[in-house]
Design a protein around this ligand. Structure first.
Ligand code: SIN
Length: 553
């Protein structure tokens, strides 16, 4: 067993972007419009710094709005941050950074209250107390929700409204970030981006800034079926790698256990059936009606997510079935309509009525527990570059994120990043703005846009919910083959080209880490190394891109 590897990765062929055609200046660029990005932007802006928010689609098109279940925080009577800490550490399977988790759970309740003050409305009981539900791995009702099962949509609505009504906050929608710009001392000095507007198909520009915050969301589109929207192509992780930043824990991709099963060939974003449905009492059953999670874990269907996903996969293997079922018929029509209106509508639009029928479900890629490595103030290993939310690896999630901790992490660490930027500015420690910048040394081959579907197939076959050395070796080969014969040759590559290129780099890094970690832990499940091995693997794998080769160790 080796504990480091230099992975087969894209060879250096050409610079990833043409020279910028226009420039712009600001103090801080925030990339992304989910809870992490918009909270950072609003808080930094409140301190009087100039902020530009860049988002790949529309302001409300990120992952946040798809979150159903809610946001976890010790808000209920009798609950404490200590209990939330304990559940988070158990789910994280030995790899959480306890200090980071302690910050999350102690600062969480206050951050949720500040989110409410910003305009988000949560479901409340007749006495006005916030209603709390349960999800996998939580020993208490701890999940605040909005609109029944539309928590992310409500949070997104409130933050987008706050951003849109702040006349001093600048915004560029439909802009994909390309690469980091640095000054002569290697400090962050801005970034390049490709704006896709009417008549602007070749709109590559540069923004000069004193700090950059990556809140670009996840990388679920690396796989064929995912709960992530089409924009989740790992752009932040790819940019960070090309900029020389460290990336951690990429092998820990969480597969949500209960995603609506739409057939064996279903591709792209799939409808989520929130864990809160199980939290309110729905059961997982096989085709014979057997509750197969009972006896596998003390919490049965509400075990941490990785355990339930594995339970479903095992039962599928044992019975030869393509999916399992979720039985929520005991709720009745009124509860479905009031508590889970989004899921009810989504199931019905696919011809399934959960009031009277079982819901077919199977695991699908859901959340990257790893990402760009940061400290407790959101700093990456590149000066002036911050990362937040799903794009980041703060150490909070370890090998498996606890349900509904992600919105909380975005919120808490966004506030920490904003506080750090404001403090640095006050102390004169934020880098001065430089227009004399350079683009990254690390360059990767541009892939043709069509490579996207093949990357997804290769990754789903080889590095999906169940992995082995053989399946991952095949993925390495498949990815290498995609990088070789037909790179994009166009003079002005388009957004789809960058996306395929980012997916390829992130898929290669994920595979390299997963291949190296010869054990099963959290959501990294190896058929050929089925046990957790604390002696050798109770550690994080850090990935960097060095002279065109991925280094993992
Ligand atoms: C869910 O509602 O099941 C998803 C919540 C999460 O991913 O934390």
């Amino acid at each position: 067993m080796s504990s480091t590897a230099s992975a087969p990765s894209p060879s250096v062929r050409r610079l990833a972007a043409p020279a910028p055609g226009w420039t712009k200046t600001t103090d801080v660029v925030v990339v992304g419009s989910g809870v992490a990005g918009l909270t950072t932007a609003l808080r930094v802006r409140e301190a009087g710094l100039r902020v530009l928010v860049v988002t790949k689609a529309m302001l409300d098109d990120g992952s946040t709005r798809w979150a159903q279940g809610g946001i976890a925080a010790a808000l209920g009577e009798g609950d404490t941050p200590e209990q939330h800490l304990s559940d988070t550490l158990v789910a994280g399977a030995g790899l959480c950074d306890e200090e980071a988790v302690r910050m999350l759970v102690t600062e969480g309740p206050g951050a949720v209250r500040r989110l409410i003050a910003t305009g988000a409305t949560f479901d409340r009981d007749d006495e006005g107390e916030i209603l709390l539900t349960r999800e996998g791995g939580h020993h208490r009702r701890r999940i605040a929700h909005a609109g029944g099962d539309a928590t992310g949509a409500e949070i997104s609505r409130a933050l987008v409204e706050a951003v849109r009504t702040d006349d001093d906050l600048e915004l560029i929608e439909h802009a994909l970030v390309l690469d980091l710009l640095t000054d002569a001392k290697g400090r962050t000095a801005g970034l390049t981006l490709h704006v896709m507007g009417e008549g602007q198909r070749d709109g590559v520009g540069a923004v000069h800034a004193r700090a950059v915050v990556l809140a670009t969301g996840g990388l679920g589109q690396v796989f064929s079926a995912t709960t992530n929207p089409a924009v989740s192509t790992g752009d932040g992780v790819a940019l960070a790698l090309r900029a020389g930043a460290e990336v951690a824990d990429l092998e820990f991709v969480q597969f949500h256990p209960t995603v609506l099963w739409l057939g064996p060939d279903a591709e792209g974003q799939q409808p989520l059936i929130s864990e809160a449905v199980r939290g309110e009492g729905a059961h997982l059953v096989d085709a014979d009606g057997v509750r197969f999670m009972v006896g596998q874990h003390e919490l049965a269907e509400l075990a941490p997510r990785d355990i339930v996903a594995k339970g479903i996969m095992r039962r599928m293997q044992e019975t030869g079935a393509e999916h399992m079922y979720l039985d929520g018929r005991r709720f009745g029509a009124a509860m479905w309509e009031e508590r889970f209106p989004t899921i009810l509508a989504s199931c019905r639009s696919h011809g399934i009525d959960p009031v009277t029928e079982l819901i077919p479900v199977a695991p699908a890629a859901h959340y990257a527990s790893g990402g760009v490595r940061t400290d407790l103030r959101g700093h990456t290993s590149v000066s002036g570059l911050y990362a937040c939310g799903e794009a980041a690896c703060t150490g909070v999630h370890g090998a498996n994120r606890l349900a509904s901790n992600s919105l909380l992490e975005g919120l808490v660490f966004a506030e920490r990043i904003a506080a750090d930027i404001i403090e640095r500015d006050r102390l004169g420690k934020l880098a001065p703005r430089h227009e004399d910048t350079t683009r990254p040394v690390e360059v990767v081959p541009l892939l043709a846009a069509e490579a996207r579907a093949e990357i997804q197939r290769v990754m789903t076959r080889g590095v999906g919910v169940l992995r082995s050395a053989d399946s991952m070796a095949a993925a390495v080969e498949g990815l290498a083959a995609l990088a070789e014969p037909e790179p994009d040759k166009s003079e002005f590559p388009q957004v789809e080209t960058w996306e395929a290129t980012n997916l390829h780099l992130v898929a290669s890094a994920l595979t390299a880490a997963a291949l190296l970690r010869e054990e099963t832990r959290g959501c990294h499940w190896r058929e050929d190394a089925p046990d957790r091995d604390d002696e050798n693997w109770q550690k994080h794998l850090i990935t960097t891109l060095d002279e065109g080769r991925l280094q993992v160790g």
